[in-house]
Structures are given as structure tokens and as C-alpha cells.
Design a protein around this ligand. Structure first.
Ligand SMILES: *Cc1c(COP(=O)(O)O)cnc(C)c1O
Length: 370
């Protein structure tokens, strides 16, 4: 592994070759569909610029972001030689149109109000491209199926727009065989049929790995690109992409009866060697990871001791005889699966990744096109 940019500080290492392997593994789940990477939240914390450029080199031509501002940043990172289609999942809220237009972004329209806002931004006599989001049961964003039907029945309301994609999102895509999945699929098929010219998209990572019945024309691939299993558990078809590690700052010996950390929540019950590593909740490590969490050092799992503090975590390294300051401890990566660590913290891999703080430098391995 390439050394961290600063041997004294934590680092998030992102393996772009592994990312590319996951992209192709997802693509194989829907050979007739396009696989469109979801790069919202700075590519789930892994760095949207290098990730977007590498995925373009791997053949990706359509990307998704959540916010128009993210779309602008991605457009600049891709540059004029990579004219990707960039869909914005927030769509066109009031006031968003100028920014969408300025960066050549395509909104995923989530309601009749957004259809109107985007239509008003169309040039006189011209049309603007858009996607339509139909809510088939998640009840988050999107037109209700009956609203979509009403829209299709009143083509005048769409005469300033080109609907090139109709999409929906599953509530239980990460839960295989959940009965809600086929129900949403049926609703989607019925509502989307009213827009015969548009491409169709329903699957994110989870549904893509459930069945090809969900692939339609486009898979919107997020978490599994970045190494998270499609079902919130490690999956042999997905390789780890991101590694979080940090150096030991100090090693000390503790005596029985002493306590460790804020709140004195851990009491030492035997002679113990403890390492303190330069990583804490200000770096994005959830406090709920301790007790119960581990670091990986010299081939061993080392248990966290006491509470995680802002900049430091204590770990039991009694079994690692030569543990010393400067050695790097892995928090997740090839040896500690991100889904397993997320479960220990009471969350999902998505949150673990997107919480890694800006103060943690990102290092990208593998070919990184400029
Ligand atoms: C985030 C998101 C995705 C990607 O989901 P993953 O589970 O990360 O693959 C796809 N579609 C929509 C609408 C999303 O918000």
C-alpha cells in the first residue's frame, strides 16, 4: 500500500482498481442495462473527482448526484472531454434552475411543482431534458403514480420538457425477497408504461444483486461500487475499496484496577498493553463503535477500550508484542469488512463512509486519470 501522505495522521485510502472491479461486477448484473454510478456526497466520501474520472475511463457515461452543487463540482472535475450525463436527484426546487442550466445538469423531477419550475426555465420554443421520479412506495420523493398518469394524460404540461428517463427507488432493495420489492416493481412498470419514449430505472445496488428483473435500462449503482455489500453484509462479489487507518501515538502499560478514558467506563482486570491511536469522532468514527469495535494490527483484531474521544481511540494490544508508536491500525478495509464494522457501530456502511471527516486525507491507488 502506498504510504499515507502524512505518517503521523489518519488516512482514507481508496483503491480505484477495486472500484473498477466492482463497477464491472455490477454491470454484469444487468448486461443489457447501463450502469450509472451514484457519486452523491463526494462519491460516498471517497472523492468524486478521481472516482468519476476513473469510472468514465471504465465506460460509465451517466452519473447521479444529490445536489445541484455536487453536480457543478463533478462537471468541473470531468471537464469538457468527458461530456457525461449528470442527473440531480433533488430535482429542481425553487431557485435551482440557473445552477442546473449553468452546469448542464439534468434534474430528476420529484413533483408537479418541479415539473413546472423546470418548464419555466426552458428557452422560448425549446425543451429541456429531465427525468421523472415516480414514488412507488418509499414515500420519500417522487410523483405518486396517479400524478404521473395525470401528467402523461395532459401532454401540454410536458411540452417544454423531454422526459428521457423514468425512475423509482425501492424501500427494501437491500433486503432480498422482501415482499415490497415485486409490489413496487409492478407499480413502476404500470406507471412508467405511460412514458414509452423514456428509459426506465429502478435498481440500486441491492436490487441489482437480487434479480435481473430489476435492471430495466439503467442500474443506479452506489454503495457496492465503494465496497459495501448490496445487502448490508459482506458479499463475495464485491471487493473492499476504502481503507481507514491511523497511526499509534502512544503505547502504555495498565495495571488491574485502572480505568480507561472519559467516564471511566472500562476497568482493567489484568495487566494490559494499550495503544492510543490518532483517530476519533472528529475524524468521523462513530462513538457507538466502542465498546465492541476493533482495530486491526499485525494480523490481529485489537479490541477498543473505553469511549472514543474526539481525536483518540484506545485499544488493547497486549497480544501484539512489538506494538509501537507510528505503526498503523486499520479501522476498516481488507481485514475488517466495512459492513461488519458498520453493524458493530449500529449503522450501515453508507453512514460509516460518508461520515469520514474532511480532515482525513484521501489517497487514491491505481490509475487515476487527470
Ligand atoms: C443513493 C441512491 C441510489 C444508490 O443506492 P445504493 O444503495 O448506494 O446503490 C440510487 N437511487 C437513488 C434514488 C438514491 O438516492
Amino acid at each position: 500500500m502506498r504510504p499515507a501522505p502524512d505518517a503521523c495522521e489518519p488516512c482514507l485510502t481508496v483503491d480505484l482498481d477495486a472500484l473498477a472491479a466492482n463497477f464491472h461486477a455490477i454491470r454484469a448484473r444487468g448486461p443489457a442495462a447501463e450502469t450509472a454510478p451514484v457519486l452523491k456526497a463526494d462519491a460516498y466520501g471517497t472523492g468524486a473527482a478521481p472516482v468519476g474520472r476513473r469510472l468514465w475511463a471504465e465506460g460509465a457515461r451517466t452519473f447521479y448526484v444529490a445536489r445541484a452543487s455536487e453536480g457543478g463540482t463533478l462537471r468541473a472535475a470531468l471537464g469538457p472531454d468527458r461530456p457525461a450525463r449528470i442527473y440531480v436527484l433533488d430535482g429542481c426546487p425553487v431557485g435551482a434552475a440557473p445552477r442546473l442550466l449553468a452546469h448542464d445538469l439534468v434534474p430528476v423531477l420529484n413533483g408537479l411543482d418541479q415539473v413546472e419550475h423546470w418548464s419555466l426555465a426552458a428557452p422560448r420554443g425549446g425543451r429541456l431534458p429531465c427525468a421523472l421520479h415516480i414514488d412507488t412506495g418509499l414515500n420519500r420523493l417522487g410523483l405518486r403514480p396517479e400524478e404521473a398518469t395525470a401528467l402523461a394524460d395532459a401532454p401540454g404540461r410536458l411540452n417544454r420538457l423531454d422526459v428521457d428517463l423514468v425512475m423509482s427507488h425501492l424501500a427494501c432493495g437491500g433486503i432480498p425477497d422482501h415482499p415490497m420489492n415485486p409490489v413496487q416493481r409492478d407499480r413502476f412498470v404500470a406507471a412508467a408504461a405511460r412514458f414509452p419514449e423514456a428509459r426506465k430505472s429502478l435498481a440500486s445496488s441491492g436490487a441489482a444483486f437480487q434479480s435481473q428483473d430489476y435492471a430495466f435500462d439503467m442500474i443506479r449503482a452506489g454503495i457496492s461500487l465503494y465496497g459495501g455489500g448490496p445487502f448490508d453484509a459482506p458479499d463475495p462479489r464485491i471487493v473492499p475499496v476504502a481503507t481507514l487507518d491511523a497511526p499509534i501515538v502512544q503505547v502504555r502499560s495498565l495495571r488491574p484496577g485502572e480505568t480507561v478514558g472519559y467516564g471511566a467506563t472500562y476497568t482493567v482486570d489484568r495487566p494490559l498493553r494499550m495503544a492510543v491511536i490518532a483517530l476519533g469522532y472528529a475524524d468521523g468514527v462513530l462513538r457507538t463503535l466502542s465498546p465492541g469495535g476493533y482495530g486491526w494490527l499485525a494480523g490481529r483484531r485489537c479490541q477498543m477500550l473505553g469511549r472514543i474521544s474526539m481525536d483518540l481511540i484506545a485499544m488493547d494490544v497486549t497480544e501484539v508484542a512489538d506494538a509501537a508508536p507510528g505503526q498503523r491500525v486499520e479501522l476498516f478495509g481488507p481485514n475488517l469488512a466495512i459492513d461488519t464494522v458498520a453493524r458493530q457501530a449500529g449503522t450501515v456502511s453508507y453512514e460509516l463512509l460518508t461520515r469520514i471527516a474532511a480532515r482525513v486525507p484521501r489517497v487514491h491507488l491505481g490509475e487515476t486519470p487527470e
